[in-house]
Design a binder for this molecule. Structure first.
Ligand SMILES: NC(=O)C1=CN([C@@H]2O[C@H](COP(=O)(O)OP(=O)(O)OC[C@H]3O[C@@H](n4cnc5c(N)ncnc54)[C@H](OP(=O)(O)O)[C@@H]3O)[C@@H](O)[C@H]2O)C=CC1
Ligand SMILES: O=C1O[C@H](COP(=O)(O)O)[C@@H](O)[C@H](O)[C@H]1O
Length: 582
């Protein structure tokens, strides 16, 4: 179990806790809290003592046991949750995780492996159960066989891994049911109760299913399989609608059955290590924050590229396209984190308040600032690569973009006039995700003549490579050693695999753990979602109404040339095409 608390400091540096220790010594509160700490102090990703409140409520609970009232129905949800969390320690508590859509691709590829990794890292509570739920008929054993194929051990920690896998699999069970059947969820509830054995239960539902059945499942889970004693939370996978209207409708429907604080809208890019590090880099290093504005930054680029097509997911993809699949969520979320003002604290609401301000400050996205593309078939040597429209699940003549580039602007004092460029594409020449920050020219540069006419090539560029091979590097101009005065471009390079020889956790591990711990910072709040859709919906409607034909690009190429013209319009060169990268 990950623990946040510094043993020596718990009571001495928190005045209130010291007070309680004395006040409740008759209940052996110290022992109680130490025990609670051991079992409940899971550390969330913001590194804060999340359960400090719970410990406080432990004291309140004891006060309650001594005759004062406990949180009632009028309390804030978090307060109830905290009191319940605390009371659970008396009777023992358990966590039940139900993966709805357990037979699907995401569940097998990401969710079960993330749960195993958390178990292996001792991040799950001692008492937990995992249930798979889907329509496919499977026995517990068949589910275990299915998921065992995708569980992996950490490269750097192999010891006891096989045993741990077996132990984990023994905690996994399956129930086959329909997504809209309250009766089936009632049976699931009784199966969960059997495993929970009368303990206080916290329940997490992961909706790894197509979006058209989100609401059915939220309804059935909420009405028939909610925990009666602990918290119930629901992780919802994207897509959260396909425009403002459908997203608003989805939010309203979900909120018929769930409170906002129970809904965890996942954007797995927010769980990526380098996206987490973006704020650390900026706010904890004096050298970056003063440069973080229009005064020093010429443009910022958010680049996503995959070297494979929609293989197998064409049916889903054709209804969404690359703008909805990648830009409206992953890239825009990173942009918001990048551009936000310093939040009041690292608390979820403070960070999300700042992000939403960025999203609301975006200038409308004009069609003239967007280019779209679609990959076409291509032969290379003896190998042939299919066109997007060769996918049998894609309608012939589809105009759905598999590539898009956009120039966005923010209407605020910090970023006025700075182009924020996004580029996302499938079936390109490489698999990569990066944030690139290109700085302005050095005014009155003494070494100007050493760069020749191409001053652009000599600007500093900060690159955060999110994947693969995580790295942060800064392109600088440097004197080539020797008697002459020759400059070249070099990198100050932080290559993660050299500096941190441990395996980086998958984004899903961090996010599932945060959901278990009630840490909402990396999940999308409904107002963020509304603002993100408000930005993209008019553009998407215009593209569809005007039936804009995407520019074709060969499978495995660098994408349509239109992207260069778009960047050039703002005097920008795409950083990933400069050919001098580490
Ligand atoms: N796969 C990925 O890499 C990613 C997926 N997502 C999102 O995660 C969610 C799950 O993705 P993924 O696992 O790929 O999805 P799948 O298409 O594999 O669906 C998951 C499960 O849902 C059930 N299902 C599928 N279609 C229907 C339908 N029309 N009606 C009712 N049930 C259906 C099936 O289970 P059964 O038939 O057994 O009931 C299936 O195994 C989706 O919302 C997706 O957009 C997000 C990011 C990446
Ligand atoms: O959400 C999605 O993300 C994946 C890419 O995720 P990554 O973590 O492998 O970079 C993308 O392939 C998929 O189309 C999209 O729905």
């Amino acid at each position: 179990m990950r623990s946040n608390f510094n043993d020596g400091g718990l009571f001495s540096n928190r005045k209130g806790h010291l007070h309680w220790k004395i006040l409740f010594s008759g209940y052996n509160l110290y022992q109680y809290l130490i025990h609670a700490r051991k079992h409940f102090q899971l550390k969330s990703s913001n590194g804060h003592p999340l359960n400090a409140v719970s410990l406080q409520d432990t004291a309140i609970l004891i006060l309650g046991l001594a005759g004062k009232p406990l949180a009632n129905d009028h309390s804030e949800p978090q307060e109830i949750e905290a009191s319940v969390t605390a009371s659970s320690e008396k009777v023992g508590s358990t966590l039940s995780i139900t993966v709805v859509g357990a037979s699907g691709d995401l569940a097998k590829k990401k969710i079960f492996p993330a749960l195993f990794a958390l178990y292996y890292e001792d991040c799950l509570p001692e008492d937990f159960t995992v249930f798979g739920y889907a329509r496919t008929k499977l026995t517990d054993e068949e589910l275990r066989n299915m998921i065992s194929k995708t569980l992996t051990c950490r490269i750097d920690k192999k010891e006891n891994c096989e045993d741990k896998m077996d132990q984990f699999l023994m905690r996994c069970f399956y129930y086959s049911g329909l997504y809209s059947s309250e009766e089936h969820f009632a049976v699931l509830d009784s199966r969960l109760k059997e495993k929970e054995a009368g303990k206080l239960s916290n329940r997490l539902f992961y909706l790894s299913i197509p979006p058209n059945i989100f609401v059915d499942v939220a309804k059935c889970a909420s009405l028939r399989a909610s925990s009666a004693t602990g918290w119930t939370r629901v992780i919802v996978e994207k897509p959260f609608g396909r425009d403002s209207e459908s997203s608003g409708e989805l939010t309203r429907s979900l909120k018929q059955y769930l409170r906002e604080d129970q809904i965890f809208r996942i954007d797995h890019y927010l769980g990526k290590e380098l996206v987490e590090n973006l704020s650390v880099l900026r706010f904890s290093n004096l050298v970056f924050e003063p440069l973080w504005s229009r005064n020093y930054i010429r443009n910022v680029q958010f680049i996503f590229s995959e070297d494979f097509g929609t293989e197998g997911r064409g049916g889903y993809f054709d209804n969404y396209g690359i703008i909805r699949d990648i830009m409206q969520n992953h890239l825009l979320q990173i942009l918001a984190l990048f551009a936000m003002e310093t939040p009041v604290s690292l608390d979820a609401e403070d960070i999300r308040n700042e992000k939403v301000k960025v999203l609301r400050s975006m200038q409308p996205l004009l069609l003239e600032n967007v280019i779209v593309g679609q990959y076409k078939g291509h032969n290379k040597g003896s190998k042939s690569y299919p066109a997007y429209t060769d996918d049998p699940t894609v309608p012939k003549g589809s105009l759905t973009p598999t590539f898009a580039a956009a120039a966005l602007f923010l209407n605020n004092a910090r970023w006025d006039g700075v182009p924020f460029l996004m580029k996302a594409g499938k079936a390109l020449h490489t698999k990569r995700a990066e944030i690139r920050v290109q700085f302005r020219h050095v005014p009155g540069n003494l070494y100007k003549r050493n760069f020749g006419t191409d001053l652009d090539k000599a600007t500093n560029e900060l690159v955060l490579r999110l994947q693969p091979d995580e790295a942060i590097y800064l392109k600088i101009n440097n004197k080539v050693p020797g008697l002459g005065m020759r400059l070249d471009r070099s990198d100050l390079n932080l290559l993660y695999r050299s500096r941190y020889p441990t395996e980086i956790p998958d984004a899903y591990e961090r996010l599932v753990l945060d959901a278990i711990e009630g840490e909402r910072r990396l999940f999308i709040r409904s107002d963020e979602l509304d603002a993100a859709w408000a930005l993209f919906t008019p553009l998407l409607k215009e593209l569809e109404e005007k039936k804009i034909v995407p520019e074709l690009y060969p499978y495995g190429s660098r994408g349509p040339v239109g992207a260069h013209y778009l960047a050039a319009k703002y005097n920008v060169r795409w950083g990933d095409l400069s050919g001098e990268d580490s």
